[in-house]
Design a protein around this ligand. Structure first.
Ligand code: FEO
Length: 392
C-alpha cells in the first residue's frame, strides 16, 4: 500500500496480466484502485475486481484490522470496483455500504443481498471522524449509479472511473510514470468508456469548479497530483465532452484482395501531401479500442471496406456497431471501398456513419475490383474538400 496523504492509503490491485477489458485492449494491464481512510470510523472507498481480493485485503491488513472498517463506499456498481464488497463484508460485518440509490438497486441485483445500505445524494455528508466526506452523484459518467466522494479536509476527489486510465504500474502518480503516457491512456479510456456521455460530463465539470482539488484519485491507473496535470486533464475532459477534435484525419479500413487497401493508401498519401496529419488503421491488425481513440481525436473519419457476400466485411460491421454505441459527434465522414461484380453492400457502411452522428462529406467512393490510376486520380477531389473542412 501507499500512503497518498496522511491516513489515506491506496489499497488497490494491480492487474499486470489484463490484456482485454470487456473488449477494450489493455496492452500494459490496469489497476483497480481502492482507498482506505483511517479516521475514527475507518472507511474503504471502492473495492477491486473479484480476483484481486487477496491483494487488496493484504494491503488493508498492513494498515488496520479490517474488522474496524465502518463504511464501504461504493462509488459505482460495475464489478471491477464492487466485485469484492461481499467478501470484504465478511471481514467487517458491521460496515455500512454507502452508495447512490441507483447503486443500491444495482448492488442488490448483482449480489441478491440486503446489506446495511446508506443511500446518499449530491451534497450529502458523512462524518467519519475528523473528516466529513461529501458526495456528488455523477449519473451516466458512466453508469446511472456513478458518484464521486470528496474529502474537503484533504482536498481529494475520488471520482471512480472518471479521469481513470487502464495502465498497470507499480508507481501511483501520473508524474512518476510520465504525463505523456498517462494522458494517452486517459484519452483511450475516455474514448472507449465515457465518450457517449458528453453532456453529463460537462455537468460534473461544472460541479467540480466549486471544489478545491489537490488530488484526483480515480479507480483505474494513476493518481493526478501535480496541479499542472490536474488542470490539463480537466481541460481535456471539457474538450472531449464538447466533442471537439483536432485538425487531422483517420482512415480505418479492411481489405480482401488489397483493393480497398490501395484506396486507403492513396487517400492517406494525398492527405499527407496536403499537410493533413493522418493515421491509417487496418482492422486486420488494429483493435477497435485504438481505432475509436483516433476517431475521437480526428475531425475527419474515412471508413473503407471490401464487399463479401454482398455485405461489408465482418470486421467493419463490428466496428460500426462499436462506433454507433460510442457516438462521436461533430466529425465529418466518408465511406469508400472496392466491390466485385455489383456495387451493393455499402449501404450498411453509409447508414452506420449517419447513425453514429457523423456528417457525410459526399457520396461514398466505391471502385470495381482493382482501382486503376484514373480511379485513384479521382480521389483528389474529395481530399480537396477535406482540406477545406480542416482549414475551415
Ligand atoms: Fe471501472 Fe465502470 O468500471
Amino acid at each position: 500500500m501507499t500512503e497518498i496523504k496522511k491516513d489515506i492509503y491506496w489499497v488497490g490491485d494491480i492487474d499486470w496480466e489484463l490484456r482485454n477489458f470487456h473488449g477494450y485492449s489493455t496492452p500494459t494491464g490496469s489497476t483497480y484502485n481502492a482507498y482506505l481512510i483511517v479516521d475514527e470510523k475507518p472507511t474503504l472507498i471502492d473495492t477491486v475486481k473479484h480476483y484481486g481480493f487477496d491483494e487488496m485485503a493484504s494491503r488493508i491488513k498492513a494498515v488496520i484490522d479490517p474488522s474496524k472498517i465502518e463504511y464501504i463506499i461504493s462509488n459505482h456498481t460495475e464489478m471491477d470496483h464492487s466485485g469484492c464488497i461481499e467478501k470484504m463484508l465478511e471481514l467487517c460485518p458491521k460496515a455500512e455500504v454507502v452508495c447512490s440509490l441507483a447503486g443500491e438497486k444495482g448492488l442488490k441485483r448483482h449480489f441478491k443481498k440486503d446489506w446495511k445500505f446508506k443511500v446518499v445524494n449530491t451534497g450529502d455528508e458523512l462524518k467519519i471522524g475528523r473528516r466529513i466526506l461529501k458526495f456528488f452523484l455523477m449519473p451516466m459518467v458512466h453508469w446511472p449509479d456513478s458518484m464521486a466522494t470528496y474529502s474537503p479536509d484533504d482536498s481529494i476527489l475520488f471520482p471512480n472511473d472518471a479521469f481513470g486510465q487502464h495502465h498497470a504500474s507499480s508507481e501511483r502518480y501520473v508524474h512518476e510514470v510520465g504525463a505523456d503516457i498517462v494522458f494517452e491512456a486517459a484519452a483511450k479510456y475516455y474514448a472507449n468508456i465515457v465518450m457517449p456521455y458528453g453532456a453529463q460530463v460537462l455537468k460534473v465539470l461544472e460541479a467540480l469548479k466549486s471544489l478545491d482539488i489537490k488530488m484526483i484519485c480515480p479507480s483505474h491507473g494513476l493518481i493526478w497530483k501535480k496541479q499542472e496535470n490536474i488542470k490539463k486533464i480537466l481541460q481535456l475532459y471539457k474538450k472531449w465532452a464538447n466533442y471537439e477534435s483536432d485538425n487531422r484525419a483517420v482512415i480505418i479500413y479492411d481489405t480482401m484482395w488489397h483493393s480497398t487497401e490501395k484506396i486507403a493508401f492513396e487517400l492517406g498519401d494525398l492527405l499527407d501531401r496536403e499537410g493533413i496529419p493522418v493515421v491509417k488503421l487496418s482492422l486486420k491488425t488494429s483493435d477497435f479500442s485504438d481505432a475509436i481513440t483516433e476517431v475521437m481525436r480526428s475531425k475527419v473519419v474515412l471508413l473503407g471496406s471490401a464487399i463479401l457476400n454482398n455485405q461489408i466485411l465482418p470486421s467493419m460491421g463490428g466496428f460500426l456497431t462499436y462506433l454507433k454505441g460510442l457516438k462521436p459527434k461533430n466529425r465529418f465522414a466518408l465511406s469508400f471501398g472496392s466491390y466485385g461484380w455489383a456495387k451493393i453492400g455499402f449501404k450498411e457502411l453509409e447508414e452506420g456513419l449517419k447513425e453514429a452522428g457523423m456528417q457525410i462529406i459526399e457520396d461514398g467512393i466505391y471502385m470495381q475490383f482493382v482501382p486503376d490510376e484514373s480511379d485513384l486520380e479521382g480521389l483528389k477531389g474529395v481530399v480537396s474538400k477535406i482540406k477545406q473542412l480542416i482549414s475551415g
